[in-house]
Write a protein that binds this ligand. Structure first.
Ligand code: ATP
Ligand code: MG
Length: 629
């Protein structure tokens, strides 16, 4: 079937469509009803069906592909590679599940996982799923305060951590961070299970509370832990959003709907099937890691690669080497990572045999045209922009090479994914925006399978955050978008990234693109800063490409460009040239902190900040004064 046919089916007859898709996974008890939608916007998919994520990801492949690789963990930090076949994965998951079981973990209990991007972390997730326990993976780069906030929200009975992670060759002890988080937390778990990688020889252990996994597993090597079957709509996991715009929300996911959506997308979007190899460079701490490092590839019997390390070490060819070594068919990464590689010599890409590689997907932030064009010509393979959110669990906008690849339009993540009824709504009137007119991207409920079911423990926050913006009951993505005449959607930034200059509403992304169109500019961030007269004015922070142009000239040219392209109302009040911009560990610009600093306020929660030096850089620039404006 073509994309057009599939999409029409999915929106004209959602129940028929999804009933058919449900056959992609194993059910212990088949669903009795495909959709229940009596209490909008809350919906239940595959009602009465009983299934389990671990069974679908592991057990069901044992007969057909026991000796095929399931998970491969490559670490250029420790220098170790771990290859787990489905048979070995099954064994490891059973052992891990038995250890958890012995610590009292059972159905519905929460387990926080705070680990580096390793095979062991994926095994821990699958073990929780096997027991019907609800995992909440917290990105290993977060500091103890952030961990404590998530612990207090999820109230876990066990926390699983590693002794340490590594970054750029430096050992980063995790356990002291966990201890500090438990100290701060109001609902600390009873037990901490430490997966000791022997990186930190001095890992502190608290008697009675902390358990060394390598000791605990001794009596469990032959364990056979039965799968706990869950009703399709029971929670499988909680994952907190990145917190780019504020307090992170605990996204709750179901079991059956999620498994079905992943199985479908593995074929239609990512074009990866049984025995084929997918490599996602995300981290298990993010949603892409959950969906396309762990559950998606395993549910369809593919091989998934987990990479721990920098994209540039030991050399900038490492990802392409991994692609060649394992015959990767689909690579999934982020624009930030590609921008890092773009600074390197393109020959790194040419040294490896990439003949098996078919598709590169990029997600997480706007994919700018220069980056897309560079990687596409360097690779000679299609580059597909993917738009989605932690909340949705799988792509909202994408092209579907597994069906038929529609033409790529640079700057657009493409067309609605199967099952998504998308609209662009004019924020003022609440009516549909005309083609080529800007509005807010919304999903018409019921949300398709795979998307969040609620905010953990807080239905009101789910309604208030996502469904209370318009006169109709619509899920707001909180992102600006415009749809062209062919139905391609372009994302224009977040709705809270808006500057209101004397009553004119300007998107920060538009001004950023205008600034970045200056040939000397590497990257730009624009924020709205309070102004007595105009309400807000745009303030620009930009980094320059290496070169010998004068900073002051470049800065004043940036300002001119904005005025030429967007008009005088968008004229930046101040332009600061800096060496680095503050970003989260997942590569998103921390505009909220930039804005706070520019308004002489506290920059707020900085635990997601990647490089603390970037903020000092901004502080110094503000003290020094603008380079133009
Ligand atoms: P929080 O919601 O806590 O502030 P966050 O929105 O950064 O955090 P994520 O769910 O990781 O957390 O990110 C989703 C957001 O990332 C989208 O809403 C959108 O703003 C941006 N995004 C993701 N993919 C793309 C893309 N392909 N193009 C443009 N923007 C994207
Ligand atoms: Mg968000």
């Amino acid at each position: 079937m073509t994309y057009d046919d599939m999409y029409r089916w999915s929106t004209d007859d959602p129940e028929g469509f999804w009933a058919e898709q449900a056959r992609r996974i194993d059910w212990h008890v088949p669903p009795q009803r495909t959709l229940e939608y009596e209490r909008p916007p809350f919906r239940r998919w595959f009602v009465g069906g009983q299934t389990n994520l671990c069974h679908n990801a592991v057990d069901r492949h044992l007969d057909e592909r026991p000796d095929q690789l399931a998970l491969v963990g490559v670490s250029t930090e420790t220098g170790l590679t771990r290859e787990l076949t489905y048979r070995v994965l099954h064994r490891e998951v059973n052992v891990f599940a038995q250890v958890l079981c012995n610590l009292g973990v059972g159905k519905g209990d929460r387990v926080v996982i705070y680990m580096p991007h390793t095979v062991e972390a994926a095994v821990a997730m699958l073990a929780c799923a096997r027991l019907g326990a609800i995992h909440s993976v917290v990105f290993g780069g977060f500091a103890s305060h952030n961990l404590a906030l998530r612990i207090d929200d999820a109230k876990p009975c066990v926390l699983i951590c590693a002794d340490a992670g590594m970054r750029s060759g430096k050992v980063i002890p995790y356990k002291p961070l966990v201890d500090a988080a438990l100290e701060e937390s109001r609902f600390p778990p009873q037990h901490v299970l430490v997966v000791n990688r022997r990186l930190d020889p001095a890992v502190p252990m608290t008697r009675g509370r902390d358990v060394d996994f390598s000791v605990a597993r001794a009596g469990c090597e032959d364990a056979d832990v039965p799968v706990t079957w869950l009703e399709s709509n029971e929670p499988s996991y909680i994952l907190y959003t990145s917190g780019t715009t504020g307090k992170p929300k605990g996204v709750q996911r179901d079991v059956g709907g999620y498994a079905v959506a992943l199985a479908l997308s593995m074929q239609t979007v990512y074009d990866v099937g049984p025995g084929q190899v997918m490599f996602s460079t995300s981290d298990i701490g993010w949603v892409v890691g959950h969906s396309y490092n762990v559950y998606g590839p395993l549910i369809v019997g593919a091989t998934s690669i987990l990479y721990e390390g920098l994209p540039t070490a030991p050399d900038p060819g490492i990802w392409w080497k991994i692609c060649a070594d394992y015959g990767v068919r689909t690579l999934f990464s982020s624009p930030t990572a590609i921008r890092v590689l773009k600074k390197q010599d393109v020959t790194w890409l040419k040294r490896h045999d990439l003949s098996a590689l078919s598709w590169l997907f990029l997600a997480g932030e706007p994919l700018d045209e220069p980056t897309a064009a560079w990687i596409e010509s360097a690779l000679g393979k299609p580059v597909i922009d993917n738009y989605w959110q932690t909340e949705t669990g799988w792509p909202v906008l994408t092209l579907q090479p597994g069906l038929d690849l529609k033409p790529v339009k640079l700057g657009s993540p493409g067309l609605p994914n199967l099952g998504y009824r998308l609209r662009v709504i004019d924020e003022m009137t609440g009516n549909d925006a005309a083609p080529n007119e800007k509005g807010v991207l919304v999903i018409e409920p019921p949300l398709p399978p795979g998307c969040m079911t609620t905010v953990w423990g807080n239905d009101d926050r789910f309604l208030a955050s996502y469904f209370s913006h318009f006169k109709e009951l619509l899920y707001s993505s909180l992102d600006w978008a415009v749809r062209d005449d062919d139905g391609y959607t372009f994302i224009l930034g977040r709705t809270d990234d808006v500057i209101n200059v004397a009553g004119h509403r300007l998107g920060t992304r538009e001004i950023e693109e205008s600034v970045a169109s200056h040939p000397g500019v590497a990257e730009a961030a624009v924020v709205g800063v309070h102004d007595e007269v105009k309400g807000q004015v745009p303030v620009v922070f930009a980094t320059l490409k290496p070169g010998d142009g004068s900073v002051a000239t470049s800065a004043s040219e940036m300002g001119q460009r904005v005025v030429e392209q967007l008009g005088g109302v968008a004229r930046p009040a101040r332009i600061y040239v800096v060496n680095a911009l503050p970003k989260t560990r997942s590569g998103k610009l921390l505009r909220r902190s930039l804005q706070a600093l520019a308004e002489q306020r506290d920059p707020g929660d900085l635990s997601t900040l990647d490089d603390p030096g970037a903020l000092d850089e901004i502080r110094q620039a503000l003290e020094r004064g603008p380079d133009a404006g």
